[in-house]
Design a protein around this ligand. Structure first.
Ligand SMILES: N[C@@H](CCC(=O)N[C@@H](CS)C(=O)NCC(=O)O)C(=O)O
Length: 206
C-alpha cells in the first residue's frame, strides 16, 4: 500500500487544509504531520523550496500545493473531468495562490510597517482578487467554481474566505469580503456544509 505523509502547519486553513480534506475524501489514509512554526523554522532548509506543504509518497517528497491538490483531487472526484471546467478550476487555484502570495508578503512586518503594507494590500491586490474570485464564482453559475459540484477550487477559496472573514489579519477589515463579493460568503456556508467537508471535520473530532 502506498504511504502518504503530509507535512503542514497545525491549523485548519492555508495551503495544507484542502489537501487534507481531499485525501480524506479519496479514502486515503495518511500521516497528518502538523508542525509548529518553531518546528518548521528548524527544518525549513530541509524542504525543497523552504516552504510547506510537502507530501511524501512512499518517502518521495512533492511540493507545490496546487499540484498536490490536483493529484489528490483527481483520486477524490474533486477535480473536473471536463477540460473547460478543469481550466476554470485551475484558474481559480492560481488566483488563490497569487492572493496568498500577496498576503504572505506582509507577514513578519510589525507596527506601522504592517499597517501601511496591509492598507496598501486592501486598496490594491486584495480588492482586485476578492472581486475577481467573486466574478469567477458568478461565471461558474454562482454555486461552485468549476462544474456543478464541489471541487478543489471550492476548498481553496473556502480557506481564503474563512481567513479573511475571521478577523485574524490585522488591518484587513473583517467585512471586506462581505462588501466586495457577498457571493463568496454564501459560497463559504455552502462549502462548509458540504458532506465532504463535514466528514473531514467529523473525523477530526473522534
Ligand atoms: N507555491 C507554494 C507556496 C508555499 C508557501 O509559501 N507556503 C507557506 C505556508 S502556506 C510557507 O511555508 N511559508 C513559510 C516561509 O515562507 O517561511 C505552494 O503552493 O505550495
Amino acid at each position: 500500500m502506498t504511504n502518504y505523509k503530509l507535512t503542514y502547519f497545525d491549523f485548519a486553513g492555508g495551503r495544507g487544509e484542502p489537501i487534507r480534506i481531499a485525501l480524506h475524501a479519496a479514502g486515503i489514509e495518511f500521516e497528518d504531520n502538523r508542525l509548529t512554526f518553531a518546528e518548521f523554522s528548524k527544518m525549513r532548509h530541509e524542504t525543497r523550496f523552504n516552504a510547506l506543504p510537502v507530501l511524501e509518497i512512499d518517502g518521495a517528497a512533492v511540493t507545490q500545493s496546487n499540484a498536490i491538490c490536483r493529484y489528490i483531487g483527481k483520486m477524490a472526484g474533486l477535480y473536473p473531468v471536463d477540460h473547460l471546467q478543469a481550466l476554470y478550476c485551475d484558474e481559480t487555484l492560481g488566483a488563490v495562490e497569487d492572493l496568498s502570495h500577496h498576503i504572505g508578503q506582509t507577514f513578519g512586518l510589525e507596527g506601522e510597517a504592517l499597517r501601511a503594507a496591509r492598507e496598501k494590500l486592501v486598496a490594491g491586490w486584495l480588492t482586485t482578487f476578492v472581486k475577481g474570485l467573486g466574478a469567477l464564482l458568478e461565471r461558474g453559475g454562482g454555486q461552485y467554481f468549476a462544474g456543478e459540484s464541489l471541487s478543489i477550487a471550492d476548498l481553496k477559496v473556502l480557506m481564503q474566505t474563512r481567513w479573511l472573514r475571521s478577523g485574524a489579519l490585522d488591518h484587513i477589515p473583517q467585512d471586506l469580503v462581505d462588501r466586495i463579493a457577498p457571493n463568496l460568503v454564501e459560497h463559504q456556508a455552502r462549502v462548509e456544509a458540504d458532506p465532504v467537508v463535514v466528514a473531514w471535520y467529523a473525523s477530526r473530532n473522534h
